[in-house]
Design a protein. Structure first.
Length: 132
């Protein structure tokens, strides 16, 4: 009973479940307010998606709603979370690698990144699986 691998996977958004509120030196990401968060999705070092910026983000679990399609569901992608800065380079808060398709877990609509040692954790939501 072999599960058919999807040809692509669509998502409706990303929720960040965990991220550090301070940099490795213990300083806040922004000196005057909370972090200005955005993320990118990469594959093989190429940016496939860059989110909008959520300014002064105080939520413990910020989320973005958007449509994106993983055209190669069995490949490894990375999600990197940044703090946007107006006058200096943006700060990388953390990142993690993932595969959008995991066999034999019955095509979940929500997929949480599973990396306890990573600085960030996120979920893909509104997942739909396309088979051709």
């Amino acid at each position: 009973n072999m599960e058919k691998v999807p040809t692509s996977i669509r998502i409706n958004g990303v929720i960040v479940n965990r991220f550090p509120t301070q940099d490795t030196g213990g300083a806040a990401w922004d000196p005057f307010d909370a972090a200005d968060l955005y993320f990118i999705i990469e594959k093989d070092g190429e940016t496939l998606y860059s989110s909008s910026i959520q300014y002064n983000q105080t939520s413990e679990t910020p989320g973005w709603s958007f449509n994106f399609e993983f055209s190669d569901p069995t490949a490894t992608y990375s999600l990197k979370l940044y703090d946007y800065d107006d006058f200096s380079s943006n700060d990388l808060i953390g990142g993690t690698s993932f595969k959008p398709y995991i066999p034999n877990i019955n095509f979940p609509t929500l997929l949480e990144s599973d990396c306890p040692d990573c600085t960030i954790s996120f979920s893909l939501f509104g997942m739909s699986y396309i088979h051709f």
